[in-house]
Design a protein around this ligand. Structure first.
Ligand SMILES: Nc1ncnc2c1ncn2[C@@H]1O[C@H](COP(=O)(O)OP(=O)(O)OP(=O)(O)O)[C@@H](O)[C@H]1O
Length: 295
């Protein structure tokens, strides 16, 4: 199974949101990383066949997705970033409605919904109206609707936004298990949410794919550029000005341990640290703050 994206472009008036993207998606979890406005949502909407490319092609096992119509939609699940719910529906009614739209066979609907509600810990709110749910619960209902038809291709735009730490861990495990034999593409700002489950990552900047690789392959770019050291707390303002600090933790005794990015050690006691995907992200997107909620 393969989704082949070739020279894909989307032009909005004078803005090129997706600029000549070529990418071959194979089964596994794909992390799509990029700063705000990089073009992730636009790319995902074209893959979901709800936005027409200006030029370029998307082929599913050699067939143009535009010509596949219903057949493509049947093997597809999509969680958009802005999810317009039917707020007055109960969770169960809403999922039944989506299941009918997606042609899930009636005899399988109840079992499928119950199983998703259970996995996404929504069983005890299934009779509640969606309008009454918390943000994280609504997001999980969104994830459930995307998965109702057991999709072979699952595209999720920021699925972990609003999930609490426990929910994120469950989400990661669930997606990791689900991805066998399927293509799962996830965009997120929360790098740690995909770093350990992604088979491959694609890094997007200004409409282009900068790099594609496993987490281990990609982080090689910042080997030798991530450092840790201890500094006196009262010197922190100076270090904050001079260094690209990724993390800091007060260690008591007026000491702060810091993790920073630099071509070479900037203090005599700095120790080189093994890089993480977040380090690479910050190296590539220096102005971008990563949201590490839930950590
Ligand atoms: N319908 C549209 N009309 C005009 N410009 C658009 C439209 N949709 C997106 N853009 C622009 O295209 C660029 C890419 O936007 P897109 O939403 O794809 O980025 P993103 O990587 O998903 O960002 P975010 O993480 O903030 O959602 C942005 O500059 C955005 O303003």
């Amino acid at each position: 199974m393969e989704l082949t994206i070739t020279n894909l472009k989307k032009q909005f008036k004078d803005k090129t949101a997706v600029d000549d993207v070529s990418l071959s998606l194979t089964p596994g979890v794909w992390g799509l990383l990029g700063a705000n406005g990089a073009g992730k949502t636009t790319l995902m909407r074209m893959i979901a066949d709800i936005l027409n490319p200006t030029s370029g092609k998307i082929l599913y096992d050699g067939k143009d997705i535009h010509t596949m119509g219903e057949a493509y939609r049947n093997l597809f699940g999509f969680l958009p970033q802005d999810f317009g719910f039917f707020q007055d529906f109960t969770v169960k009614d809403y999922l039944e409605y989506v299941a009918a739209l997606k042609d899930v066979p009636a005899r399988e609907t109840k079992k499928k919904i119950d199983s998703l509600l259970d996995t996404l810990t929504l069983s005890n709110v299934k009779s509640k109206k969606i309008v009454k749910l918390s943000g994280g619960m609504k997001r999980r209902v969104g994830i459930a609707q995307a998965m109702l038809n057991d999709p072979k291709i699952l595209i999720m735009d920021e699925p972990t936004a609003g999930l609490d730490p426990g929910e994120r861990v469950r989400f990661r495990n669930f997606i990791s298990e689900f991805s066998h034999g399927r293509i799962v593409l996830i965009s997120t700002h929360i790098v740690s949410d995909i770093e350990y489950i992604s088979t491959q990552n694609a890094i997007m900047k200004a409409g282009k794919i900068l790099d594609v690789g496993t987490t281990d392959e990609l982080v090689k770019q910042v080997v030798g550029k991530v450092w840790t050291c201890m500094v006196p707390a009262d010197k922190m303002p100076m270090y904050e000005m001079q260094l690209r600090i990724i993390n800091q933790r007060s260690e008591g005794d007026n000491q702060v341990s810091i993790r920073y990015l630099a071509e070479e050690a900037k203090t005599s006691d700095s120790v080189m640290a093994p890089p993480r995907l977040e380090d690479l992200y910050l190296w590539l997107f220096p102005q971008e703050e990563t949201s590490e909620e839930g950590k």
